[in-house]
Each structure stands twice: as structure tokens, then as C-alpha cells.
Design a protein around this ligand. Structure first.
Ligand code: SF4
Length: 437
């Protein structure tokens, strides 16, 4: 018999032993990127990105997937010397340049990590400039160091910055303000505002495509957020204009939408809305029942990892279909806690919230063995070789109202591309000894 001698440790073995910190993957982009995308879309607003050149470039590129490419990007492109001695003069000059060249209604300074780190007095610069140019309206948001929930926070801090400089307008009794999340919500709020306006409820939508439209939010007596994100925005509106914040629930899915609308009817004492809800339910519930029957035949377990808060709304729609849902929540504010309670009570063991930290999406997939994952782009890289369908969170926004839910349910299995995946799996089982993952 040969005695087996242990091989001497290699350099890689030594490095592996010494690595204490596990590989961290990430599911959120920078808050500055989202702030730039949001603010840049609103007519009448110009954002100035206050940070180093590479930060401005990265955020400009990163935000292009969801903003018009012709959008002007203005930055201060801080240099090393300004990091040491301060970039206030540079910022001041850029504000003056933008104002004289474009005369926007509002300039928003997006204060990135570097100015925050060196403690720049952005507020002081604003005060000084307003003394020089009284008609200038300039505000700022702090977008550096917002991790780990930087994508949704980018929305909330940029909207709050706008609220800070809105002028008061007369409040309209029993009116409702619907507060969404990202700039994309501006295009999808119609699905709710149309029903509320049909019921003769004065309704204001925030965000909207034009600043003048957005500014009307200050007239709302009640603020009903439709997502978990605009928590700071609602609080600031309430502080400045005395509106009452009432979180009902996310109006996603059939039941979620009906309960949200009933909540608004109750709040405003409106008598027309219940009949409209009944009419809408009569239209969509038969389709929902067909979807639920399909999900009973084919059981699905879905893992939804920290989207820009849509992990909660898409998870809610899926749970209504009968899917077993595991949600890794992005938000932990009061709205998020209330929504979790609602979902736990409504769907019981069908919903799990994974609150703990995680290193990779693949690690979560090992734990929960999902049939489908909703995650960001990194998740697809990690899961594609395991043949787990990975749907990109960013593509599942605008998720409000009845029609989104039933349309999503009716096309769900088609979207998964399951015939291709199972064909490939069968082939690998037959010829590759099942080593496809
Ligand atoms: S994390 Fe900070 S430095 Fe990096 S891009 Fe965002 S704001 Fe700039």
C-alpha cells in the first residue's frame, strides 16, 4: 500500500483561508443615478450632479436606460484640489451658468458621496446665491452613501428636494394625492386616477411629466402613497402643507387594487367609487379565477430579491395567483412594515420575508429552491447556468391596477420560456449525466 502524502498548501489555498469576507454581490444602483433619471425627466427642472467626473459619467450612462438621451447632464466634475480645498466656488458658478442659460423653474443639486464626505456646505451656498438672485429656486438632495437600499432612496430624496421648494396653494377639501415611486410611475398612475376621477374625487398625481402638474400635490387634503418608497416625501409634504398621510396598501393585484380604492372611498366619504370597484371586479375576477386555476395545476415558487420596492408589489400579485412567494424586502420604513403585515394576514404561509443579509442571489436560490427569480442583472449572471428563469426587476414596474395583474398572470408561463428550459434540462439529463447546473 502507498501512503498518501499531503500536498503542500499553494498560494491560492493560503489566500482562500485568509479571506474572511464572503463575496458580496449587489442588487442596487447608486441613488445619484436614480435621482438624475427622475429629476431629468421633469419639464422645468434641471439637476446638477455635484461630484467627480467619473461619478458624473457613470451616473449619466447608468440613467440613460430610463430617461431621454437628449437630456442635458450638468455636473461640477470636482478635481482633486477641490476635494482638499472645497468645490463650493465651482458649484456656485455652475448654478449661475445653468440659471442664465436655461432659466429652469427649479435647479436641484444632486450632492454625491465626495461633497458629503468632505462636509461641503451646500445649504450655505444655496442661501448665499438666493440673496444674490432672489428669483432663483434651487434645492438639493443627498444621494451619497444611501446603501443598501440606494435605488428606492434615490427616488425618495429627489422628490423630497422638489417638495422643499414648492409654493403653497389652496387645499381642496376631500381631494387625494397619489404618490408614486420613480419617474416611470408618472406614466402608469392613469390606471388609478381615471377611476378616482370617474368617481368625482379630485385627484393629484405625483410624479408627473411637468413640474406645474406635480406642484398641484400641495393642494391634496389626503396623501395616499401607492408604493413603499415615498416615505420622506409624504412626511415633508405633511410638514409643509398640512396634508394627511394615509397608507392603505399598494394597489397591485385585484384584491390589492380594490382594497386601496375602498380605502380612498372611505377616506373621502365618496359614494360613487364602490359601484365602480364592483364593475371593475366583475370585469377582471373571471380572468383571475382562470389564472388561479392554472397556478393550481402548475405549482410555482418565486423568489423576489430587492427590486426598487416592486419585489413587494409583484410578490403580492403572484401570491394572489397562488404562488409560494419569498420576498427579500428593499424597504424597511413604516409603509413597508404595514404592507408586510397585510400580506402576512392575507396569504399566511404562502409568503416568506427573508430579512437577513445575503451575499449572492445564487446563495438565496440554494436556500429556497425557487422555480423563478426576480432580481437585478447580477442575479441573471449567477443563475442562468442553473436554468432558473431570472426576470429582471427593472422590467416589472408600472405594476398598479387591475389590468396589469391579469395581463401579467395570463402571460406568466409564456414569459418563463419553460419549453426551452425543460428541453435543455431533458437533454442534459440524457446526455450530460444531469450536470446542467
Ligand atoms: S456611489 Fe457615490 S461616488 Fe459612486 S457613483 Fe454614486 S455618488 Fe458617485
Amino acid at each position: 500500500m502507498h501512503s498518501r502524502r499531503k500536498a503542500a498548501p499553494t498560494v491560492i489555498d493560503t489566500v482562500r483561508r485568509e479571506i474572511q469576507m464572503p463575496l458580496k454581490c449587489y442588487e442596487h444602483c447608486c441613488s445619484s443615478c436614480i435621482a438624475l433619471a427622475n429629476l431629468g425627466k421633469i419639464e422645468g427642472v434641471i439637476p446638477i450632479l455635484h461630484g467627480p467626473q467619473a461619478c458624473a459619467f457613470g451616473n449619466q450612462m447608468g440613467s440613460m436606460f430610463c430617461r431621454p438621451s437628449r437630456l442635458l447632464t450638468v455636473g461640477t466634475t470636482l478635481k482633486k484640489s477641490e476635494v482638499i480645498f472645497g468645490g463650493e466656488e465651482n458649484l456656485k458658478q455652475q448654478i449661475i451658468n445653468v440659471y442664465h442659460q436655461y432659466t429652469p423653474k427649479i435647479i436641484v443639486i444632486i450632492s454625491t458621496c465626495v461633497p458629503q464626505l468632505i462636509g461641503e456646505d451646500v445649504k450655505g451656498i444655496i442661501t448665499e446665491l438666493q440673496e444674490q438672485i432672489p428669483e432663483l429656486k434651487v434645492t438639493y438632495c443627498e444621494t451619497g452613501f444611501n446603501h443598501p437600499r440606494s435605488t428606492p432612496m434615490g427616488n425618495d430624496v429627489s422628490w423630497k428636494a422638489i417638495i422643499d421648494v414648492l409654493e403653497p396653494q389652496e387645499m381642496v377639501k376631500n381631494s387625494v394625492g397619489l404618490l408614486g415611486r420613480a419617474g416611470q410611475d408618472a406614466d402608469s398612475l392613469g390606471t388609478l386616477t381615471a377611476l378616482l376621477r370617474e368617481a368625482a374625487i379630485t385627484t393629484y398625481a405625483f410624479p408627473a411629466g411637468h413640474l406645474d402638474e406635480m406642484a398641484k400635490i400641495v393642494k391634496a387634503e389626503y396623501l395616499c402613497p401607492i408604493q413603499l418608497v415615498p416615505h420622506l416625501t409624504c412626511r415633508r409634504l405633511s410638514e409643509r402643507f398640512g396634508s394627511v398621510v394615509r397608507y392603505v396598501e399598494i394597489p397591485a393585484g385585484v384584491e390589492g387594487t380594490s382594497r386601496f380604492l375602498r380605502g380612498v372611498a372611505e377616506l373621502t366619504g365618496n359614494r360613487n367609487l364602490p359601484a365602480i370597484i364592483e364593475r371593475e371586479e366583475a370585469r377582471v375576477v373571471p380572468r383571475l379565477r382562470t389564472i388561479q386555476a392554472r397556478f393550481t395545476e402548475e405549482r410555482v415558487r418565486a423568489l423576489l430579491v430587492t427590486g426598487p420596492s416592486n419585489e413587494m408589489s409583484i410578490g403580492k400579485i403572484l401570491a394572489e395567483f397562488g404562488v409560494e412567494v419569498i420576498i427579500v424586502p428593499a424597504m424597511r420604513n413604516a409603509f413597508a412594515r404595514q404592507e408586510q403585515t397585510i400580506l402576512r394576514e392575507r396569504y399566511g404561509a404562502r409568503i416568506t420575508f427573508h430579512e437577513g443579509d445575503f451575499d449572492t442571489v445564487a446563495q438565496l436560490a440554494d436556500l429556497y429552491k425557487p422555480d423563478v427569480v426576480f432580481a437585478d442583472f447580477q442575479g441573471r449572471v449567477e443563475l442562468v447556468h442553473r436554468l432558473i428563469p431570472c426576470l429582471i426587476n427593472e422590467n416589472y414596474l408600472n405594476e398598479y391596477g387591475y389590468d396589469y395583474a391579469v395581463d401579467f398572470g395570463e402571460h406568466f408561463f409564456e414569459t418563463l420560456g419553460r419549453p426551452v428550459l425543460s428541453e435543455w434540462r431533458d437533454m442534459m439529463n440524457l446526455y450530460g449525466e444531469g450536470r446542467y447546473a
